[in-house]
Design a protein around this ligand. Structure first.
Ligand SMILES: [Zn+2]
Length: 77
């Protein structure tokens, strides 16, 4: 579920700098625990820019982003 308030600002891909995992809020699961991430640990990536997450050494959350879709986003952005 996208969140309008800062620091999310309706961005789809949200990284947690504590765990270095990036989540897809359009496919969010309870296991993601988005609401438990400290707001100061949130780093958003502009729409569909998972490549930027990869460049910043983030991995994908196994619950909301499959390895297959992560690879696809990285290679086609
Ligand atoms: Zn997730």
């Amino acid at each position: 579920m996208l969140r309008k308030y800062g620091p999310f600002n309706l961005e789809r891909f949200v990284g947690d700098t504590n765990t270095m995992k990036v989540h897809d809020l359009n496919n969010e699961k309870n296991e993601c625990g988005i609401d438990f991430i400290d707001l100061e640990s949130i780093k958003t990536f502009a729409r569909d820019r998972l490549k930027t997450a990869e460049d910043n050494h983030f991995g994908h959350c196994p619950h909301c982003i499959s390895a297959e879709s992560y690879e696809k986003h990285i290679n086609y952005n």
